[in-house]
Design a protein around this ligand. Structure first.
Ligand code: FES
Length: 165
């Protein structure tokens, strides 16, 4: 991802933001779409395209959970662990998925296919317990076995053309 590509992406929306700092977030999301996370050179390109320092851009990137400054799996499985989901069994879903993926809690599988993460409310409490793959639809209510079927389905799918996280 080059600064020029990011500038082109931002160009139609520049007038929508009174404060140019507001461009950093869409620029980071756009850059992340390429490889699924934000290597330092992508953050440098965002800094160049937006006119802010790389340190400032990195401070924005590290503030948000869904911007990844370390490599993550091809798909990120976000299990909601907030109250409604927790009361309806999200811990069992998470533990079952971690076992199934060979993980000791949150983390990324050795083959780089999946990152498993605990997240706070994803806005679908009526479907608790639920999870979200990348920034897709919330999926629930789930039983532990449903969650592992979901992983099997995802494993069969090709890598996304762009990563929407
Ligand atoms: S508590 Fe899980 S979606 Fe709201």
């Amino acid at each position: 991802m080059t600064a020029h590509e990011i500038e082109e992406y931002l160009s139609p929306m520049r007038h929508e933001f009174a404060d140019p700092r507001s461009l950093i977030l869409p620029a980071l999301k756009f850059a992340q779409g390429d490889s699924g996370w934000l290597p330092a050179e992508d953050m440098a390109a965002v800094a160049e395209a937006t006119g802010f320092s790389q340190a400032y851009v990195e401070s924005v990137a590290t503030f948000y959970d869904r911007l990844y400054v370390e490599p993550v799996g091809r798909r990120v499985i976000n299990v909601c662990v907030t109250l409604s989901c927790m009361l309806r069994g999200s811990d069992e879903i998470f533990d079952h998925l971690a076992d199934y993926l060979g993980l000791d809690g949150e983390g990324t599988t050795e083959d780089g296919m999946f990152t498993l993460a605990k997240v706070q409310c994803i806005g679908a409490c009526d479907r608790a317990p639920c999870l979200q793959i990348d920034s897709g639809e919330q999926i629930g209510p789930l039983e532990p076995a449903d969650a592992t079927c979901l992983v099997d389905d995802l494993r069969e799918q090709p890598a996304p053309a762009r990563y929407e996280r």
